[in-house]
Design a protein around this ligand. Structure first.
Ligand code: HEC
Ligand code: HEC
Length: 323
């Protein structure tokens, strides 16, 4: 009996409560409503928004692949290899800044990007808006979602943004443990959490509650990824510290979104942990918070187990019927 007890994690401390994911942040000018979410969900899955009728947001942000694509870097129109990995949209509502280089401040501004991009959906807005205004199903949905607004780019973007806000993972073993379910986290996962906050210093960047500081760091990924010429945040703000710095990604549901890093250069979570244990690979302009960490095999395994504890069990998702 005493033995069985030891496999449970100890109770969370008072300080651990800071990791509880709060309620969704308010969105100025675009309140969440069932009607806008339902419209946004339909648009998100509709390939008719793309010029060639073959690509939707969900082509790359696929619910059965953790809302990503399982690829090292994204594939665009005609299979064109794009330079960066597709991030998940899970918990994106909590992100204060979007994209690997932070070039979009809001989900509303982001949503038009892939439609406008020649390499992605390459949307012909005149024809798509004509289609949406003449389709009775869409007409009805827009009317319910935004009764006082036209059907235009911006109402499309608002609806898509609101749908994405509802893609939330907050019931992982870690979350259940925080909520008081002692058995939810294994002893190994709990030890991994102590390392994450302690010796391994992951919290310096992956901070509470959403495992990101919304900051940009060069963690020395590029040497083997072939992405050394991607300067990241420096494209947007030309300050030396930003060279090769990318946004800290949140980590809930991480076990479902391999491969890892902005170039997909780590295939598994143990490879990720090894990357940090080595203190990164490319040392050019490396963050001062990156340094070799002495971790034995058990400690590495505990960290990986903790990352699994941040992930939800795969679940089914009802893809909307297109009108
Ligand atoms: C061809 C694949 C592809 C398609 C199609 C696509 N995306 Fe993405 N998405 C990406 C990639 C790659 C990035 C990261 C690019 C970067 O940071 O430079 C990204 C980034 C994002 C982000 C930022 C996430 C974050 O945490 O910073 C959001 C939100 C997003 N996409 C939503 C959408 C929406 C909405 C659509 C449809 C209108 C869409 N995407 C279509 C590949 C795609
Ligand atoms: C100096 C800041 C910093 C520290 C410390 C740090 N990370 Fe990261 N982490 C980042 C950034 C920035 C990225 C994305 C970088 C890139 O792809 O170029 C990242 C990416 C990741 C990813 C891949 C996420 C994805 O969606 O591809 C995982 C997993 C991860 N970190 C886990 C950890 C763990 C575990 C630790 C501690 C051992 C740690 N991080 C320490 C900043 C940091």
């Amino acid at each position: 009996m005493a033995f069985a007890h030891q496999t449970d994690a100890p109770q969370p401390t008072k300080e651990d409560q800071q990791w509880i994911l709060p309620k969704l942040p308010e969105t100025a000018g675009n309140p969440l409503s069932d009607a806008s979410v339902s419209l946004g969900k339909t648009l998100f899955f509709d390939p008719r928004l793309s010029r060639n009728g073959n690509m939707s947001c969900a082509s790359c942000h696929n619910p059965s692949l953790g809302w990503s694509d399982g690829l090292k870097t994204a594939r665009g129109d005609h299979g064109k290899l794009l330079p960066r990995a597709t991030p998940t949209i899970t918990n994106v509502a909590y992100n204060k800044i979007l994209m690997w280089d932070g070039r979009h401040p809001s989900l509303e501004s982001q949503a038009l990007g892939p439609m406008e991009s020649k390499d992605e959906m390459n949307t012909d807005f005149d024809s798509v808006l004509g289609f949406l205004r003449s389709n009775s199903g869409y007409l009805d949905m827009f009317k319910k979602a935004y009764p006082d607004e036209d059907i235009n780019k911006f109402t499309m973007a608002k609806a898509i943004a609101n749908f994405q806000r509802t893609v939330v993972v907050n019931d992982t073993p870690f979350d259940r443990w925080l909520a008081g379910d002692k058995g939810a986290l294994s002893r190994s996962q709990w030890r991994g959490f102590q390392l994450f906050k302690g010796k391994a210093m992951c919290v310096t960047c992956h901070s509470a509650p959403n495992f990101t500081d919304s900051g940009f760091h060069n963690i020395g990924v590029s040497q083997f990824g072939g992405s050394a010429d991607d300067v990241g945040r420096y494209l947007i703000r030309k300050v030396k510290v930003n060279k090769g710095a990318f946004k800290t990604p949140p980590l809930r549901d991480i076990a479902n979104t391999a491969p890892y890093f902005r170039d997909g250069s780590s295939g598994t979570l143990i490879e990720v942990v090894d990357h940090y244990a080595r203190g990164g690979d490319d040392k050019t302009n490396l963050s001062p918070n990156m340094f070799p960490i002495e971790l034995n095999e058990l400690e590495k395994q505990d960290l990986v187990e903790f990352l699994y504890g941040l992930s939800a069990a795969p679940r089914s998702f009802d893809v909307p019927r297109l009108p």
